[in-house]
Design a binder for this molecule. Structure first.
Ligand SMILES: [Zn+2]
Ligand SMILES: [Zn+2]
Length: 267
């Protein structure tokens, strides 16, 4: 795979889904991971597949402390600084060791890592302080939001001006409701502190597209209650129904659990 040499921000999912999430953000000058939720060996192998070493990372930015976002963090944090909100860092430290020098806590909304300007925004999810992020440089802006119970005004406001949005398309409601999960878990997933369904994702994308974003990476698909094709077509059909020209005007890419997505840019 060709390493990213362009200056605009590109994302490369190392794996996304209910079994673990990690995305590389790269503009050719700086590179960070958002979350390190894959098993450590998988995460390291997939970084190798795209010719990126841990020593080339400027940081790992954590959205929240659930295991599917921090599974490999102890390994990654041996050599990479960990950026997490104060409350999230406390929750992480209860589960894994991170040396003091690699604990880069923050409490405000805006900070930088390398050449990236980061803005954090709150999302509704059942973790101590779950966040989504916008990442921008002088050329481009992207937004990352998985694990969100609903599409809030705050999320839409933060994402404005993004060329690309990574957004959760977690489950198909029928598959979830007819599936084998216990009632309490179904309630948790569909609650406004759970996960976005395919249809809820489509409604959110329609809003994001109306404010200018043209490219969307669908992520955090449920292993048991979704399929990549179903996520894609539920989103595409809904957006076509709203008049979008899918594949030309609006582009959708599904980030899968089992493979690297390749580098995805804003256009
Ligand atoms: Zn979560
Ligand atoms: Zn998650």
């Amino acid at each position: 795979m060709v390493y990213n040499t362009s200056m605009a921000i590109k994302v490369c999912s190392l794996g996304s889904g209910s079994k673990g999430n990690s995305v590389l953000i790269d503009n050719g000058r700086s590179r960070i991971l958002i979350d390190a939720g894959l098993p450590a060996r998988t995460l390291l192998t997939r970084l190798e597949d795209i010719n990126v070493g841990l020593n080339q990372l400027d940081g790992v930015l954590i959205t929240h402390e659930h295991n599917d976002h921090i599974n490999a963090l102890e390994t990654v944090a041996r050599s990479v600084p960990v950026y997490a909100h104060d409350y999230t860092m406390q929750a992480i430290l209860a589960k894994c060791f991170i040396s003091l020098k690699n604990q880069m806590n923050f409490s405000g909304e805006c900070f930088s890592i390398g050449t990236f300007d980061i803005t954090a925004f709150k999302v509704s999810h059942d973790a101590v302080y779950p966040l989504g992020y916008t990442i921008s440089d002088s050329d481009s802006k992207i937004t990352y939001a998985t694990d969100l119970g609903y599409c809030s005004k705050e999320f839409l406001r933060a994402a404005k001006g993004s060329g690309l949005v990574v957004i959760e398309s977690n489950h198909d409601v029928d598959m979830l409701m007819n599936g084998r999960y216990p009632a309490y878990l179904k309630r948790r997933i569909i609650s406004n502190k759970g996960h976005l369904s395919n249809l809820a994702c489509a409604v959110a994308i329609n809003e994001l597209a109306s404010q200018g974003t043209k490219k969307f990476v669908l992520g955090h698909l449920s292993e048991n209650n979704n399929l990549p094709e179903l996520a894609y077509w539920t989103n595409a059909d809904y957006l076509r129904g709203k008049g979008a020209d899918i594949g030309r005007e609006i582009k959708l890419v599904v980030a899968e659990q089992r493979c690297v997505s390749g580098f995805i840019g804003c256009d």
